[in-house]
Design a protein around this ligand. Structure first.
Ligand code: ATP
Length: 334
């Protein structure tokens, strides 16, 4: 992964679950989409659901946000039973889906005021919240412009601001940055981090961008063929798969030959004069490699540490192979 994290994801602060699900099942006709999903998402955390196209991510969001019914399963959202207390669930959540709720014919402010009306806020309170949100999302200057003049990034911010008018405790973000350029994506990430850090909301995020999950999520689950096939922090998931190594480059073939003699199972590339030594990327492991090289007085030209990234995890777990160009692209952390 080439991008560096701009700030660490928020550590789980609270243990009270914002969302729990047991045995969630859903079929469309004879197509089984969810085959017994269990979830336990702590309040004030970011949970990312990853999965290939068609894995059932949107279906999961639609069920948890009361838009569609599951065939089976017990779900609690914000401490309320999903079906027996659906109204209470709805008043505790906000949903920003793949299809924008923004009305292109209205101004940014009018869109927000419309949401305030839908939440039965009085006019004064609606105006106050709209103003605050426009300022917070850096949209104050364009408050009076109709949304059809907005860029994708501005529209996405307005969409999220509209979700926040109802002051939700839990926010479902279904692919919140799909189609945004890197700068707009990072702006959205900062906003999402702020929602968790400043407001203590819980975020349930689906994304196709593994970097996004890596950057934002406290916990990540991988959905494939209707089941959660892995769950953990980004680091835990990365540790589950092999592929970490240290790559050492030497000045000449003789040094490479000597070094290869000490690291029995290291892969050797004569052309680039490099050895690839399996490693978990830990400091003790790195020190052991350096000590071994020093003991033989072989001079290494350069050394890079490669740790598996979430792409490796995802592709390994879902049984897909990495495209050839991606395999060859360097992902080392010097
Ligand atoms: N209303 C529906 N009727 C029939 N099949 C559906 C319906 N909605 C979704 N599906 C099917 O359920 C499966 C899961 O769809 P879903 O949209 O939840 O996947 P997803 O993981 O969100 O995919 P993507 O990343 O492409 O958005 C797909 O095979 C889809 O075709």
């Amino acid at each position: 992964m080439t991008a560096t994290r701009t700030s660490a994801p928020t550590a789980p602060k609270a243990t009270a679950p914002a969302i729990t699900a047991e045995g969630l099942r859903k079929s469309y006709g004879d197509k089984l989409v969810l085959d017994g999903i269990d979830l336990n998402i702590a309040e004030g955390t970011v949970f990312a659901l990853l999965g290939p196209n068609g894995a059932g991510k949107t279906t999961t969001v639609e069920i948890l946000s009361t838009l569609i019914d599951a065939d089976a399963g017990e779900v609690q959202v914000a401490g309320c039973h999903l079906t027996r207390a659906a109204d209470a669930v709805r008043s505790a959540i906000g949903v920003t889906g793949q299809f924008s709720a923004v009305d292109n014919l209205l101004t940014a402010e009018e869109n927000l005021l419309l949401m305030a009306d839908l939440h039965h806020l009085d006019r004064r309170e609606g105006k106050r919240r709209a103003k605050n949100l426009l300022r917070r999302f850096d949209l104050a200057e364009v408050a009076g412009r109709t949304a059809h003049t907005f860029s994708g990034g501005m529209r996405r911010k307005l969409d999220l601001a509209m979700t926040l008018v109802g002051d939700p405790r839990i926010i479902f973000l279904d692919e919140p940055t799909t189609g945004l350029d890197p700068r707009s994506r990072r702006t959205m990430w900062e906003i999402i981090r702020g929602l968790v850090a400043d407001d203590g909301v819980t975020i349930f995020l689906t994304t196709q961008y593994l970097e996004e999950a890596d950057q934002l999520a406290d916990r990540i689950a991988v959905l494939d063929h209707g089941r959660l096939i892995a769950e953990g922090t980004a680091e835990e998931l990365k540790q589950r798969i092999p592929g970490g190594h240290i790559r050492v480059r030497f000045a000449d073939a003789q040094s490479l030959e000597t070094a290869a003699g000490i690291f029995g199972i290291a892969a050797r590339d004569e052309e680039s004069l490099t050895l690839q030594i399996p490693s978990d990327g830990s400091i003790p492991n790195l020190r052991a490699v350096l000590d071994a090289l020093e003991a033989t007085a072989v001079q290494a030209e350069s050394l890079t540490v490669h740790t598996p990234d979430l792409d490796d995890v995802f592709l390994t777990l879902t049984g897909q192979s990495r495209p050839a160009d991606a395999v060859d692209s360097p992902k080392e952390n010097a």
